[in-house]
Write a protein that binds this ligand. Structure first.
Ligand code: ATP
Ligand code: MG
Length: 563
């Protein structure tokens, strides 16, 4: 018998891990971590890293820690910690008991710094930031040694303790590793490992006024947690020798093995937390969870599912080369997932009133509409059919354009789940000339959607009963930026925000009887796209929907020629 099993992904990172297991370098448990700094909400780029780290842990029967890499007191906060916890969980990953904070290791990391000083491998330096830059040299020129490099171990210990005690002002002194000012790798030219910053930390309060630099804290945090493979993005490649230097000088083997991969870049958006923060601070979006944002909270609010994001991350894979991924690839993953899971309902975004002249006033029939064309298990509901309906404005043209197969005077179309109707007249606003109402007749013989005489119609359109439908708001989203690479443009990236990135339609009509629960899950508004009730602004009395994504062009199959 043939069995179909999904093979686990394979890539250069997994190859390295496989080799480490077979060579015996890391025969024991594989341990990874996702190490965000809590200074912003997670975005789709983080999702790539989350899926990779948690995915590898689960594939190898290992563990993945969630570590808040909180070594910089400015800009970090609980709001961000909470968003990270919420979003990683939502994506479907579980760190068990292993939620850690780099700030928990401050004392330990401080002791490592003292150990470096005692080995004569770190010194307190009084150069100003600007002087240090000058002394550092360039990519082509070696740096110059600091005049404070020769301080004795005792003096360094004394000064470092006094730095901790708060005796000196911010920026007055730093602790530096004593490595090599002539190294071709600038990262090794006596990097700063501790600085004075008299700023309260969101977790440690005022307990500390010196903070370890990321480069020092990160590799040690990985070591402290027993991380076997420290997976990070390419910008840390040059720092790897520095991390190895710290670990070699301070701790036993085995050390975490660092492996770098290319960040995810998506077109028509920006991905750095700093840039996203700017959009939020300047109120160019409604918040971190604005449905146009590439944040996980924005995507969740817009109706993206965790499954579709995980699938996207698997499809794009990992590599060593930077690339720009097309937003439509992500949208397609969302569509594919929603196509299977979203019940179909009917809604009209821009209503046009239709009167069925030959349908008795006050009469009401219930037409059976399945929730899913391919999944009868999803059941069906009854759509009330009455003399007055709403259809989509776009589905009518007084003077049909070429290849317009939907409703126009004299033309017959099918109503979804029901009758054939023919347009027999129109009413216009005498001032504006706009069509305000159209008159049709229905063929009572066509309740099944088909005419007994076998005549065909070109199109099927959606509709709702005017008397029964609920007024709802629908927010239609487009890409946040109008150019593929907003950061590569001249001038400020915010000048390239797409002015049409959101359009709110406030007098839409949704068929009756869609429960509040159902609204809060994905829905397909037939022919219009996938929608979900907005988690902030929607209520049972005044539903507000976000359009998650439009339908594939395949909707043309329903509304275009034939059925
Ligand atoms: P940003 O540049 O958006 O501010 P960051 O790298 O400063 O992101 P961190 O909180 O340090 O954000 O990131 C946590 C983890 O997520 C890191 O391991 C980082 O490498 C990874 N990560 C961040 N952005 C991306 C991305 N675009 N693609 C893949 N991984 C990413
Ligand atoms: Mg960072």
């Amino acid at each position: 018998m043939e069995s179909i099993t999904q093979s686990p992904p394979s890539d250069f990172i997994r190859d390295i891990i496989d080799a480490d297991i077979t060579s015996g370098r890391r025969p024991e448990t594989i341990a990874t971590r996702f190490p965000p700094e809590p200074n912003g909400y997670p975005h789709i780029g983080h999702a790539k890293s989350i899926c990779l780290n948690f995915g590898i842990a689960s594939q190898y029967g290992g563990t993945c820690n969630l570590r808040l890499d909180d070594t910089d007191p400015s800009g970090e906060g609980m709001e961000y910690v909470e968003s990270i916890i919420r979003d990683v969980k939502w994506l479907g990953f579980d760190w068990g008991e292993s939620l850690y904070f780099a700030s928990n290791y401050y004392e330990q990391i401080y002791r490592y710094a003292v150990a470096l000083i005692k080995k004569g491998l770190a010194y307190v330096c009084d150069l100003s930031a600007e002087e240090m830059r000058e002394y550092r040299g360039t990519l082509t020129q070696p740096g110059k040694e600091s005049p404070f490099r020769g301080r004795s171990i005792d003096e360094n210990i004394d000064l470092f303790e006094r730095m901790r005690a708060g005796e000196f002002a911010d920026g007055a002194r730093v602790l530096r590793a004593k490595i090599d000012m002539a190294s071709p790798n600038v990262a090794l030219r006596d990097p700063v490992i501790y600085r004075i910053k008299k700023t309260s930390h969101y977790r440690t309060g005022d307990a500390w006024c010196i903070y370890p630099m990321y480069d020092f804290a990160h590799c040690l945090s990985d070591y402290i947690e027993g991380i076997s493979h420290s997976i990070c993005t390419l910008e840390f490649e040059n720092n790897r020798p520095l991390y190895e230097w710290f670990l070699d000088k301070l701790v036993e083997k085995p050390h975490p093995r660092q492996i770098e991969f290319a960040r995810l870049n998506l077109n028509f958006t920006v991905m750095s937390k700093r840039k996203l923060m700017e959009l939020v601070d300047r109120k160019l979006v409604t918040g971190w969870d604005d449905p146009r944002m590439p944040t996980l909270s924005g995507m969740r609010r817009r109706g993206y599912t965790p499954e579709s994001i995980r699938n996207f991350c698997e499809i794009i894979g990992v590599s060593k080369n930077d690339s720009l991924i097309d937003m439509s690839l992500l949208e397609n993953c969302v569509r594919e997932d929603l196509n299977d899971r979203a019940p179909r309902v009917m809604a009209v975004l821009r209503p046009l009133r239709v009167i069925i002249d030959n349908y008795p006033e006050g009469k009401e029939e219930e037409l059976d509409c399945p929730y899913h064309p391919k999944n009868p298990g999803m059941g069906s509901r009854k759509a009330p059919f009455t003399r007055e309906l709403f259809i989509e404005k776009d589905d009518f043209m007084e003077v049909p354009a070429k290849k317009f197969f939907r409703l126009f005077p004299g033309k017959e179309v099918r109503l979804r789940c029901g009758y054939l109707i023919r347009c027999v007249g129109i009413v216009k606003d005498s001032e504006t000339g706009e069509v305000t109402e159209i008159h049709c007749t229905y063929d009572p013989q066509t309740r099944s959607g088909f005419a007994p005489d076998g005549r065909k119609v070109d199109a099927t359109i959606h509709w709702v009963s005017a008397a029964h439908a609920t007024v709802v708001e629908a927010r239609l989203y487009d890409r946040l930026f109008s150019v593929p690479e907003p950061l590569a443009q001249e001038g400020a990236f915010i000048d390239y925000i797409n002015p049409g990135s959101v359009e709110a339609l406030t007098s839409c009509r949704l068929e009756k009887g869609i429960s509040f629960d159902r609204m809060n899950g994905p829905l397909q508004f037939e022919r219009l796209g996938y929608f979900i009730a907005d988690c902030r602004d929607s209520s049972a009395d005044a539903p507000v929907f976000n359009r998650t994504v439009t339908l594939r062009d395949a909707w043309a199959k329903i509304s275009g020629k034939g059925k």
